[in-house]
Write a protein that binds this ligand. Structure first.
Ligand SMILES: *Cc1c(COP(=O)(O)O)cnc(C)c1O
Length: 470
């Protein structure tokens, strides 16, 4: 294997090349894969990027991560195809919000949430690698909304994957459900489980833990710990910084609405590669375990509270493990021990010396639902711009935590306002319109099967579907 290799954050899994990391997802020791070294982007390249097209920068930024696993021309074609599905010509447009605050609109992909940026690419990379190997997989995932539709759009009509997405019946919004169930593709199967999101996740875990099912059906996932998703997200930190900073080393700050920590960790990667980023604001809603961690060094699991920004209603941010690995000098056994302790005791504390390594660049902000609503209302009043509740958490935290008002502060817009119409309308009095290509979403036919919250019932449903599909 030539090219970059990847190591596990827990230090006890084999080093793999990109294609194997892509298909493996989680490492065999329970850790997450990270590149063995961070490639660097030269100042000359940063200057060139400022005027290049998004997909061209994407190829150049990601090439060192994939080299050795895929041919250059095939990779460039996949990247071009992935971002041609975006409605905005710039892929990630920047909007001036005044006061040196900027909105990076990451939501112009097929399902109107930033997850499309990673999954449009990852779906195509999966398909390419599985075709090369002559393999076919069964993708099984649970969703509370955004991830399911992004995964379905990324894998629809691919001959290499049958896709089963479980959602809690009656507990996802109408827009989110319809974005999944109106996809008319023979390999896409929506399962509405009579239970909660946690029940769906438990069912998926049980399917993966069922050795004979996992092996005979070649089970796989495209979840948020997959390295390839983080890699794809590095790109917009680079393009945004080079456009606002002129590519000549003038720094930019980012405020990131955070759940599983994948998005903001990609920003860390961009910074490690040489992108001049001076500050990360980790924005959380009422579920503020990350704010606690970054301010005190202690992380304690609590109950998940439902909020206006459901995609950030999370207590354990899996991708944080990648940052912990970096600040512990890449000591895999120390991380393995920490994670075992966190699992058994529900709490873990990092040495202040380690936490100090984050003091210069990292801050955090907690924004409750009332302030989220106010932020949506105020921005609409003052600028006529509608934002979704996740983005509003990012904007409120950015205003509060920014270190230097002379540095451009970019708020990552993680979802289109029309994806969360009820919260946006209640806050601003305006009903956000779906883009034209989704305007008939409520007239399209839905396809889903409802099933009891019962392991055997779900497994038989999937098996029967696979047997008739093949
Ligand atoms: C997934 C998601 C997030 C959280 O992103 P992470 O990478 O998990 O931190 C924030 N906002 C929206 C709209 C999302 O769909």
């Amino acid at each position: 294997m030539s090219g970059l290799t990847y190591v596990s954050t827990r230090g006890a899994a084999p080093e793999l090349g990109f294609a194997d990391v892509l298909l493996a997802g989680l490492a065999r020791d329970g850790g997450l894969y990270v590149p063995k070294q961070w490639p660097s982007i030269t100042v000359e390249a940063l200057e060139r990027f400022a005027t290049m097209r998004y997909a061209e920068v994407a190829v150049e930024v990601m090439w060192p991560f994939v080299e050795g696993s895929i041919e250059y021309d095939a990779f460039a074609a996949i990247v071009a195809d992935s971002y041609a599905t975006f409605e905005a010509d710039e892929v990630v447009p920047l909007r001036d919000l005044g006061d040196n605050l900027w909105l990076a609109e990451l939501f112009h992909g097929p399902t109107l949430a930033f997850k499309d940026i990673a999954l449009q690419l990852v779906g195509r990379l999966f398909d390419h690698e599985l075709t090369r190997r002559g393999e076919k997989v069964t993708i099984v995932g649970a969703t509370s909304g955004d991830t399911g539709s992004a995964a379905i759009e990324a894998l629809r009509e691919r001959a290499t994957a049958e896709v089963f997405i479980l959602h809690p019946a009656g507990r996802v919004s109408d827009v989110q459900r319809r974005q999944m169930t109106t996809v008319d593709a023979p390999n896409v199967h929506n399962i509405a489980v009579e239970g909660t999101f946690d029940d769906c996740q438990d069912l998926v875990k049980a399917l993966f833990a069922d050795d004979s099912f996992r092996e005979t059906r070649n089970l796989s996932a495209v979840n948020s710990i997959n390295w390839a998703r983080v890699m794809a997200q590095i790109v917009y930190y680079v393009t945004t910084t080079t456009r606002l900073g002129g590519g000549v080393g003038r720094p930019v700050a980012f405020s990131v609405p955070t759940g599983n920590f994948g998005n903001v960790f990609a920003g860390y990667g961009a910074q490690r590669m040489g992108t001049p980023i001076s500050q990360f604001v980790v924005a959380s809603n009422r579920n503020d375990i990350l704010t606690q961690f970054l301010t005190t060094g202690t992380m304690t699991i609590g109950e998940v509270h439902p909020t206006l920004s459901p995609s950030m209603d999370i207590q354990v941010s899996s991708n944080l493990e990648r940052l912990l690995f970096e600040i512990h000098g890449r000591d895999g056994s120390a991380i393995a021990e920490m994670m075992a302790r966190f699992r058994s005791e529900g709490t873990v504390t990092v040495d202040t010396g380690r936490l100090d390594l984050l003091a210069d660049h990292w801050s955090a902000g907690r924004v409750d639902d009332a302030r989220t609503s106010e932020t949506i209302a105020r921005l609409y009043e003052q600028q006529g711009v509608l934002i979704d509740p996740h983005t509003a958490v990012g904007l409120a935290a950015a205003r509060e935590a920014r270190a230097d008002a002379s540095v451009p502060m970019v708020v990552l817009g993680t979802a289109h306002p029309a994806k969360f119409p009820a919260a946006v309308e209640a806050s601003s009095g305006v009903h956000p319109q779906l883009p034209d290509r989704l305007a008939d979403l409520f007239d399209r036919e839905e396809r889903l099967v409802t099933v009891a919250n019962d392991y055997v019932a779900v497994r038989s449903l999937i098996e029967n579907t696979l047997d008739t599909a093949r």
